[in-house]
Design a protein around this ligand. Structure first.
Ligand code: URA
Length: 250
């Protein structure tokens, strides 16, 4: 039997978010549709941008056409193996991360990991959310395990922490730890930026070769218990925390 309970606030979506999830328009353009009086909810014109709707009950029309959700948002984490390319399709036919993701949903990677970097890679079909996570304003912490070809000196550790001058600017402060019993060759580093090949370039700048690079965490999401090459859905807790870090509101 269908429950008659009122929906919880968390189940309601901002109308512009709903319209963007249905592929009608970006969130910003959806606000224009509201302002222009083109959106009708349950028979009433809606222009208030903060309006929230219940997608399972409310009837939404834009320009007289009923809007239905094409797909539910999907949020996955893949434990990426080596030798896979972070792209949806590779023109040269090389193995991509998409070969490992078994879902009919049209997800795509959030950001990228180098071909030989392993570990936490998020995927989604939620464009707004992906955009927020990648925006430099929301500095989501990303933690890496780096294996170097030589022990990292204390002076270099300090420099990596404070910032390294790369060709696209000085890196923001990072936190570092030496992994015990590795004679200083293995380092844990957490950065808040997402520049191309950033971690490798930081170490290479100081004369080290990065032998292995593994992303162990992206914000609250880790690969603990997830075998290489496997995917799982994010938990509610992980998703809530990521949304909070990315200043993202449904
Ligand atoms: N930094 C790198 O150098 N490579 C990655 O894949 C991710 C971060």
């Amino acid at each position: 039997m269908k429950s008659k309970r009122a929906p919880k606030r968390a189940e309601l979506l901002r109308i512009n978010r709903f319209l963007s999830m249905c592929g009608v328009a970006s969130r910003r353009k959806a606000e224009d549709l509201l302002r222009e009086g083109r959106v009708i909810v349950n028979g009433r014109k809606v222009s208030e941008l903060a309006t929230r709707i219940d997608p399972s009950r409310d009837q939404v029309f834009v320009d007289g056409k009923q809007i239905t959700r094409v797909h539910d948002p999907v949020y996955l984490v893949l434990n990426k193996p080596k030798d896979t390319i972070t792209t949806v399709k590779d023109e040269r036919g090389r193995a991509t991360v998409m070969d490992l993701v078994r879902t009919r949903d049209r997800v795509y990677p959030i950001g990228r990991l180098d071909r030989n970097t392993t570990g936490v890679l998020l995927l989604t079909n939620d464009g707004d959310f992906a955009h927020h996570l990648m925006h430099p304003r929301f500095q989501i912490p990303k933690a890496y395990h780096v294996v170097c070809d030589a022990p990292v000196t204390t002076a270099d550790m300090r420099q990596l922490t404070e910032g390294v001058i790369l060709e696209d600017g000085t890196t923001a402060p990072a936190s570092l730890t030496v992994i015990p019993r590795t004679r200083g060759k293995e380092i844990g580093i957490t950065i808040h930026e997402g520049r191309n090949r950033q971690v490798r370039r930081m170490f290479e700048h100081l004369g080290y070769e990065v032998v292995k690079l593994d992303r162990v965490a992206y914000g609250p999401v880790t690969k603990t218990g997830l075998p290489r090459g496997a995917t799982r859905r994010l938990t509610h807790h992980e998703l809530r925390e990521l949304k909070r870090l990315a200043g993202f509101e449904d």
